[in-house]
Each structure stands twice: as structure tokens, then as C-alpha cells.
Design a protein around this ligand. Structure first.
Ligand code: HEM
Length: 435
């Protein structure tokens, strides 16, 4: 992957710079955007919300009232590499990490114009302690969750996801807090601790989202060469997702009790997309049927990329409860209607907060799919509903990969599970929450 020339649009340039990474990409950004300041953060990071994943109130909304995610995302998969005392992080390493994270919050405004982030820890991280996580935390190791994929299980210790509209901010954090030859300040703020002193970067993945970006970046594997991705689409498949009424609130995905109350769990899948058949074989209505529901396709409910839907995907209780009848009538079931069956708790509240973004890592179209929920078991129930194994068994027209939502086009490559502790416990937590 190379940096585009000076005439590339600003957003496309920022996207490419993040994917390329390293000092050369950062200096190319400084050449181009060096005189456009990025807002600094708070003097006192303890004034920020205790929920690390409390991003929504600091992000803009679109005309439909939906949260607009920052455009650029950096996923750093990290392994603990500090002094360690019997394999367990030391108090000094904990302080270094806490100081490094506070440095980011002082350096950049907590918003899409600055940076938002969260740091989560895997079951493999917690395995090094003698004590176990309390029952109030549902964090099993990642596992295979569909009958049709055999993903690599992400067992790194931690995942730091950083997001911003300014990828130069993300590159600067990476170079400054992890680099060997780093300067003493970050966006003009003095550095108090370096993450590279306690973590090694085991894997680096990048993502993006927003109208225009998929179209501008569709020249990769997995997307037909005739450039079918609509200009206004925020995602490669050509539609919008993440409607307000179909998303859990941050409050409702927070762990309610125990030492990690105010934290959450995060499942992250990396999904390769193969969209030649998606664009080659489906009309607009067929795409709506497979992604949403044949019932919405029949009603012409989704226009273009779906801006007309406002803040609700249109998948009503009646629609998802009638999926079996839909399968019988149409010989086909939609992705959203199928998944929604598992995505409501007993009182009808949406269970998962999905924040998925696109990627062209390794020059192939893929999706990073982070989902936040109180416990990983809830995500697994949603995935089970999306698998549609019951429907495959009952309806001969529906196969695990065919006429079964979007399974024909998506292939799960990685899965990881993480506990995102409350901010107060985010630096090398112990399983009991005690220091
Ligand atoms: C390329 C991959 C994917 C794309 C393009 C995609 C897109 C969409 C779209 C357009 C909708 C309807 C609008 C909305 O409610 O946001 C939807 C709904 C949904 N998706 Fe996906 N999705 C993908 C993968 C996944 C995966 C892997 C899961 C994990 C289980 C998932 C879970 C859901 C759920 C639970 C809903 C229904 C929300 C509700 O309860 O109403 N999606 N998706």
C-alpha cells in the first residue's frame, strides 16, 4: 500500500496514511495538515466519564439522529512486556500505563476531532493471575461461532482501539507512545508514560467508515474491478448500518455490579468480504432482502443506501418474530431480521452496541466488527440467531451460506473477546479489581 499523491482528497489521504503507518506516513500528514491544529484534551482526565466506551455524547449525529463514528480507526493488539513479577504486571508498570493513557487524554480532545479510545483485556491476560474473574464478568475465551468459518482466535493480552477523524492524531500517538526514538511531547503535551515500555504491538489493524470512503478505496481484493460501491455508501456493501433504535445504549451494555461495574465486554471479529457475487448477482431489492428482510424489500422501504430510514432499520418485532414464515414464503431470510431475534433482552431492549468499520488491510476488503454487551454470552446468542441454523434445518431453499442473509459474502478470519474495565481500573487490572 502506498500513500496517494498530493491531489488525493483529504479524507482519502488520511485513510491511506493510517493504513501505511510509520514515521513516513506521519511526516506526510504533517506536511499536508501541520498547520491545522488538533484540539487538545482535558487538564484533569478524571473529569472524563468512568465508562471508557462512553464515546457517543462526544460524537456528532447525522440528520436521522444516529451517532456518526469517527472516520479513522486503529486497532492495536498488545502483549504485556513489562518487568513482571511472577508473570503479573508490577505496580510500576501499572503506573507507566496509567500515565501513558492520561497523556493521550490531555493531548487530544475526547471527540471525533480529537481522539476517543478504549482498552480491553483478553481472557488470556487474566489467566496469569491466581484469582479468577468474578461471576459478574462473562468473559470466556474466544471460539468458533459459526458452522461455516474457522477463525484464528485472538489471544493477545489487550486491545487498544483508537478512533478519530484525524488519522494523523492516531499516527502521532503510535509513534510517540510506542516508537523507539520518540519526541517528549504529544500534540504539545508533555509525555508522562510510554505504552511501548509495557506493551509490544502484536498486531496492527486499521479501519475506516463514512460516506465516500468505501467508494474511494474499493480498488482492493474482494471488490469487483468495475467499482460498484456507491459513492454515498458508508460501508462496502452499499448500505448504512447502526441505526439509533437498533443499537443498545452505552448505559445498557455496562456491567451492572461487581468490581468491574461500569465496564463492558467487547467481542471483535475480523471478517473478510468477497463481494463479486453481492454486486454481480443482486438487484437493489435483492440486496435489501438479504441484508434487511424480504418484507422490507417488498415494501420498497429502503431507498439508496438507507438514509430514508431515519433512526430505525425498519426491522419491527412483527418482522423478526415472523422470520420462519418469511423463510417459507420467500425461500430467503435477511441478515438483520435474523440477527435481531437474538438481540433483545426480556423487556425488549436491544442487547448489543455494534461499532463496525471497514478495512483494506492486506489489500483486501474486510470489516472490523466490535460489539459491546454486558456479557460475551449475549453476543454469542446474537451470533447464533444470525447463523440461522434452525432455518437451514427447516427450509430446504436455505443453506448455511446461501439465501441465509449475507453469509455468502462474509468470511470470519479472527475472533477475540475483551473486558473493557471502567476507566478507573483500565491499567493492568487484576481479576478481583483490587490493586
Ligand atoms: C459485512 C458485514 C455486515 C454488514 C455490512 C452488516 C450490516 C447490517 C445492516 C445494514 C443492518 C440493518 C441496519 C442496522 O440495524 O444497523 C444490520 C443489522 C444487524 N447486524 Fe449486521 N452487518 C454485518 C455483520 C454482522 C455481524 C457479523 C453481526 C454479528 C452477529 C451482525 C449483527 C447485526 C445485528 C444484531 C443486527 C440487527 C440489529 C437489530 O437488532 O435490529 N452484523 N447489519
Amino acid at each position: 500500500m502506498e500513500l496517494p499523491g498530493p491531489n488525493a482528497s483529504r479524507r482519502r489521504f488520511l485513510k491511506a496514511a493510517l493504513a501505511v503507518g510509520g514515521t513516513s506516513a506521519l511526516s506526510a500528514c504533517l506536511d499536508r495538515f501541520g498547520d491545522e491544529p488538533i484540539p487538545q484534551g482535558v487538564d484533569d482526565p478524571t473529569t472524563l466519564p468512568d465508562r471508557q466506551f462512553a464515546w457517543n455524547d462526544s460524537l456528532p449525529r447525522d440528520d436521522g439522529g444516529n451517532v456518526v463514528l469517527p472516520e479513522q480507526h486503529l486497532f492495536l493488539y498488545l502483549d504485556y512486556d513489562g518487568e513482571a513479577d511472577d508473570g503479573v504486571p508490577t505496580a510500576a508498570d501499572r503506573e507507566t500505563l496509567a500515565a501513558g493513557l492520561r497523556t493521550i487524554e490531555r493531548a487530544f480532545e475526547w471527540s471525533n476531532e480529537g481522539v476517543v479510545f478504549d482498552l480491553g483485556y483478553s481472557p488470556a491476560y487474566f489467566d496469569r493471575f491466581e484469582a479468577s474473574l468474578p461471576d459478574s464478568v462473562d468473559l470466556p475465551p474466544p471460539r468458533r461461532l459459526t458452522p461455516v468459518d474457522t477463525p484464528t482466535l485472538d489471544e493477545q493480552d489487550a486491545l487498544l482501539q483508537l478512533a478519530s477523524d484525524r488519522s494523523d492524531a492516531l499516527l502521532e500517538i503510535e509513534e510517540t507512545l510506542f516508537g523507539d526514538d520518540a519526541p517528549g511531547t504529544l500534540n504539545g503535551v508533555e509525555i508522562e508514560g510510554r505504552l511501548g515500555d509495557v506493551f509490544t504491538v502484536a498486531d496492527r489493524r486499521t479501519g475506516f467508515i463514512g460516506p465516500g470512503l468505501p467508494a474511494a478505496n474499493q480498488g482492493v481484493g474482494g471488490i469487483p474491478e468495475n467499482g460498484p460501491v456507491p459513492e454515498e455508501a458508508p460501508l462496502f456493501m452499499g448500505f448504512k448500518a447502526g441505526f439509533e433504535k437498533n443499537q443498545a445504549s452505552e448505559a445498557s451494555v455496562a456491567i451492572a455490579e461487581g468490581p468491574f461495574a461500569g465496564g463492558t465486554t467487547k467481542h471483535v471479529a475480523r471478517i473478510r468480504q468477497q463481494l463479486d457475487k453481492w454486486y454481480g448477482e443482486n438487484s437493489h431489492d435483492e440486496m435489501v432482502a438479504k441484508l434487511f428482510s424480504p418484507r422490507l424489500a417488498e415494501d420498497g422501504a429502503v431507498e439508496g443506501v438507507g438514509e430514508n430510514l431515519g433512526d430505525d432499520s425498519g426491522i419491527t418485532d412483527e418482522i423478526y418474530e415472523a422470520v420462519d414464515g418469511t423463510a417459507a414464503e420467500f425461500g430467503l431470510v435477511g441478515h438483520a431480521e435474523k440477527a435481531a431475534r437474538g438481540n433483545r433482552d426480556a423487556d425488549g431492549t436491544v442487547r448489543t452496541l455494534r461499532r463496525h468499520v471497514e478495512s483494506t488491510d492486506d489489500d483486501n476488503a474486510s470489516l472490523h466488527f466490535p460489539s459491546y454487551q454486558q456479557g460475551i454470552g449475549e453476543f454469542e446468542a446474537v451470533q447464533e440467531a444470525m447463523n440461522g441454523t434452525d432455518l437451514v434445518g427447516d427450509h430446504p431453499a436455505i443453506n448455511p451460506r446461501v439465501k441465509n442473509g449475507i453469509f455468502r459474502y462474509i468470511f470470519v478470519e479472527n475472533r477475540g473477546n475483551f473486558l473493557v474495565p471502567p476507566r478507573s481500573l483500565r491499567a493492568f487490572p487484576t481479576p478481583t479489581g483490587a490493586p
